[in-house]
Design a protein around this ligand. Structure first.
Ligand code: IPM
Ligand code: MN
Length: 355
């Protein structure tokens, strides 16, 4: 198969972790007789510096022309500490999600047998955790009307959802639940928010189309608590943009390192794959960034965009090997132990694939 992939490395550790995912994907392509055409394009602070826009039209075109997009990370402290900055790298991410119509963000959380004791949560709490958040990504408070009033002394952000936006996300949730344990949890704040009441009403009305799926409705504050108490009691969870943003960061801690969790953002035409971690600017160029979340994002890309299941499994196999053999970066090593470099981890994965 010929795979056309847009490559958006972005800022901070983005380029380093992306390099490893490219090496691993190329090794997979060699092993399974595929060819990959990578087209790099600028995003984030790097794009602001080059052309003054964190998601330039040219990058958008590269994404439209590709079959799938592999993304690193964006963000730079120079903008975080400057509230007056007119353009910010993160705006590129939001613009990209919106222009590409990537309305469903798929964020799995699972545990790795060899890392059960690395999690801040007790082994017996997390053993067997294998859940997936479907976070709505192009609506809600992120994209609602916002502004200032009263000479700048009052600020507002609004959360708006249409029934259609909720339905298309919920369809993905029901469909995913059908391929797993047929359990779906709708996370909302329907005891307070009107938009949440529409979420609940819409999902309730869809239950009859999926009679085998057992749906539960839980308030977001309660989910935040149960997620760290009994994460293994959840399977597929659907939720709106901001709740999903917060809960998926919380969930990522369960596996033992944020550097491990991949994600996919899918729409009707395009799909983008990225690690859930940020650009980790303090680590840029030090060779300490964990590449596994990006490598696992590439596994999701093979599986979800191309239906290449064996290829995805092979990536997961070698990632598990690196964890078991402790060829890992310092975030996964014990106190005082030296980690392998980002590149060493990537090289190890490649060797195991072409072995
Ligand atoms: C994420 C990030 C983004 C978000 C930021 C960088 C805009 O935190 O992908 O979760 O809030 O969606
Ligand atoms: Mn986030």
């Amino acid at each position: 198969m010929h795979l056309k992939i847009a490559l958006l490395a972005g800022d901070g550790i983005g380029p380093e972790v992306i390099d490893q995912a490219v090496k691993v994907s190329d090794a997979i392509a060699r092993k399974f007789n595929h060819s990959i055409e990578w087209t790099p394009a600028l995003t984030g602070a790097a794009a602001i510096d080059a052309v003054g826009d964190p998601y330039p039209d040219q990058t958008h075109q590269v994404c439209l022309d590709a079959d799938a997009i592999l993304f690193g990370a964006i963000g730079h402290p120079r903008f975080d500490n400057d509230p007056s900055a007119k353009v910010r790298p993160e705006q590129g991410l939001l613009k990209m999600r919106q222009k590409l119509g990537l309305f469903a963000n798929v964020r799995p959380t699972f545990t790795f047998p060899s890392l059960l004791d690395k999690s801040p949560l007790k082994r017996e709490r997390i053993e067997g955790t294998d859940l997936v958040f479907l976070r709505e990504l192009t609506g809600g408070i992120y994209f609602g009307e916002r502004g200032r009033k009263d000479d700048g002394n009052t600020a507002f952000d609004t959360c708006t959802y249409t029934r259609k936006e909720i339905q298309r996300l919920a369809v993905k949730g029901f469909e995913l639940a059908m391929t797993r344990s047929k359990k779906l949890c709708c996370v909302d704040k329907a005891n307070v928010l009107e938009s949440s009441r529409l979420w609940r009403e819409t999902v309730q009305a869809m239950e009859k189309d999926y009679p085998e799926v057992e749906v539960s409705y839980e308030f977001v504050d309660a989910v935040a608590m149960r997620l760290v108490q009994w994460p293994n009691s959840y399977d597929v969870l659907i939720t709106e943009n901001l709740f999903g943003d917060i809960l998926t960061d919380e969930a990522s801690v369960i596996s033992g390192s944020m550097g491990l969790m991949p994600s996919a953002s899918v729409g009707t035409e395009n799909a983008l794959y990225e690690p859930i971690h940020g650009s980790f600017p303090q680590a840029t160029g030090l060779g300490i960034a964990n590449p596994l979340a990006t490598v696992l994002s590439a596994a999701m890309l093979f599986e979800m965009s191309f239906g290449l299941i064996k290829e995805g499994s092979e990536i997961r196999r070698v990632v598990n090997l690196s964890l078991a053999e402790e060829i890992v970066t310092e975030d996964l090593k014990g106190k005082g132990e030296k980690g392998n470099s980002t590149t060493e981890v990537g090289d190890y994965l490649v060797q195991q694939i072409i072995g």
